[in-house]
Design a protein around this ligand. Structure first.
Ligand SMILES: Cc1ncc(COP(=O)(O)O)c(C=O)c1O
Ligand SMILES: N[C@@H](CCOP(=O)(O)O)C(=O)O
Length: 531
């Protein structure tokens, strides 16, 4: 078994009898907690059956009282040569292209002006078989070992393999709940295997944390290398700015955010303000802010934090790996992702594809990208048979974080969807708000973007494309608490031209026993024992 040494080490950490270090020290003041699994050299069997020394995992050592988890990781740092590496290459490069850049360079575009991608040394990763990677990743879940307590950094070898653990800025993001939507699936869709990946139940309330930990960690490294990075900046519809400002604040790095004035929720606006970012509220839409930040970052020593920067996607792809891991490495049939600037759909594809290429799974799921009908350039492109892409001016939508008409990652999204036999769907305002209310009525508290994704699911179920027994994952991208105003509007039926069919407004009643009894009797009479 490729990972037997890993298993043994993990088991011994639970059983003091098998742990010589613990037996030696357990009566001394040095030992504060039980020993932890740390980085060190060990032998593992490679994919070609040979024994190989790897710098990954695992020897059990005691924790010293004076150490924090970062000190501890430093103390146990491996001295072996790291065999893994990654670099920037042009996205979907022509065969034979030799253009590449170190991740320590400040570069966002290829020589021809195209997108970049982070390319891993797949040959080095392939020296370990799928079972090895599965076991390694599984062994790191649920621990507080730096930096593997993070769902992103627990896959460090596949993310930023060369960064020093000391440079990592992490809030132990990831490892988000994969929620079995039992009642919603049964009641509204006749489905028994429907899941919601709650990426929004996270440090700053959205999936952006997954990418931002990677980007800000790399910036931390660049600043230590005295590269010209005075601050980090982004354009945002509210979630990227929240994540950027929080991770920068944690690292003591200045952050600058460009927000479209009056187009993001109050909760999202207050996040960068509270975290000390330099906040510019600009009289334009997201696409206008994006254009400006691209121009500004080419003039000033401000590092670009939007997903145009392919580093972000390295973190975001770990959500896909996590889904497979949470299903014990079984592949779901469908994964539905709401799309705006379109980095995330590619990140998911990349995560799934790496798992297939490195032998952790044998196929990838079909993916659906879901857009708001008021901001649907990808949908229109898909419907035209991928003929010619036309950016648009996006209209106002309750799914305000995806009010984007000129997505920077359009090429990445089209590539991903073609490769996985994907589908693009859209949701009107009424459809997405109804779907959100229906989901909430079954115990979730989702954001409007997740309502867009659920609408896509309703449509594909009704068309018979997704079968009732298909294992389906809907990616929930932000926390519903960021979007309470839209829920208040819906439940108060205060939205013009919307029936708000699933609204549940509070009942006003006098402070009088009889009046309260009357409304309660009427309510109980309308309920069945099982509804
Ligand atoms: C909550 C939420 N959902 C979905 C998206 C869409 O992600 P992407 O821009 O990567 O397509 C965004 C941001 O764009 C977002 O903030
Ligand atoms: N929804 C995003 C829009 C920008 O996307 P990005 O992934 O390119 O940063 C936001 O919250 O700002």
């Amino acid at each position: 078994m490729a990972s037997s040494s890993l298993f043994n080490a993990s088991v011994s950490s639970l059983n003091p009898k098998h742990d010589p270090i613990r037996r030696r020290h357990h009566s001394t003041a040095l030992l504060r907690h039980r020993p932890v699994v740390v980085s060190c050299t060990s032998s593992a069997k490679t994919a070609d059956g040979n024994n190989n020394t790897t710098p990954i995992e695992t020897v059990v050592k005691p924790r010293r009282t004076e150490d924090n988890i970062r000190d501890e990781a430093r103390r146990h740092r491996s001295t072996a040569v790291n065999p893994f590496s990654a670099r920037y290459v042009p996205f979907n490069a022509a065969p034979g292209s030799t253009e590449h850049y170190s991740l320590d360079e400040i570069v966002y575009r290829s020589r021809s002006g195209g997108l970049l991608d982070v390319e891993h040394d797949m040959e080095a990763l392939k020296r370990f078989d799928g079972a090895y990677w599965r076991d390694l990743f599984d062994s790191r879940v649920g621990k507080s070992t730096w930096p593997y307590g993070s769902g992103v950094w627990s896959k460090k070898e596949w993310v930023l393999p060369e960064i020093d653990d000391d440079d990592i800025v992490s809030a132990f993001e990831g490892n988000s709940n994969l929620f079995w939507a039992e009642r919603f699936g049964k009641k509204f869709l006749g489905m028994n295997d429907l899941w919601v990946k709650h990426c929004g139940i996270s440090h700053t309330g959205s999936f952006k944390d997954l990418g931002m930990t990677v980007l800000v960690s790399q910036v931390n490294r660049l600043r230590k290398m005295e590269r010209p990075v005075v601050g980090v900046g982004c354009a945002s519809t509210g979630d990227t700015s929240a994540a950027l400002s929080a991770y920068c604040a944690a690292a003591g790095i200045p952050s600058i955010v460009f927000l479209p004035a009056n187009k993001i929720s109050m909760a999202q606006l207050v996040q960068p303000i509270a975290n000390g970012a330099f906040v510019l509220s600009i009289d334009t839409d997201f696409d206008g802010c994006m254009k400006l930040i691209r121009e500004i970052t080419s003039e000033l020593p401000i590092y670009l934090a939007n997903s145009l920067n392919s580093l972000r996607l390295e973190g975001q792809k770990t959500a896909a790996i996590e889904i497979l891991q949470q299903f014990d490495w079984q592949v779901p049939d469908w994964v539905i992702v709401p799309g705006g600037n379109l980095g995330n759909i590619y990140a998911f594809y990349k995560g799934f594809k790496m798992c297939q290429e490195l032998g952790l799974v044998d196929r990838i799921p079909r993916m659906v990208c879901a857009q708001a009908a008021n901001a649907n350039p990808l949908y229109l492109h898909y419907k035209s048979g991928w003929k010619d892409f036309k950016p648009m001016t996006a209209s106002t939508t309750f799914a305000s974080a995806i009010q984007i008409g000129d997505p920077v990652s359009i090429d990445r999204a089209v590539y991903a969807l073609k490769k996985c036999n994907g589908i693009v769907e859209e949701a009107t305002e009424e459809e997405l708000m109804d779907a959100m209310a229906q989901a909430d009525s079954t115990g979730m508290f989702i954001c409007p973007h997740t309502g867009v994704a659920l609408t896509a699911l309703f449509k594909l179920r009704n068309q018979g494309v997704i079968a009732p027994t298909d294992r389906t994952v809907v990616v929930s991208t932000a926390h519903g608490l960021k979007f309470t105003q839209s829920k208040i509007d819906y439940h108060s039926k205060a939205i013009p031209d919307m029936a708000c069919r699933f609204s549940n407004p509070p009942v006003e009643v006098k402070a009088d026993f009889g009046a309260v009894m009357d409304v309660l009797k009427s309510y109980l009479g309308s309920q069945t024992l099982r509804s």
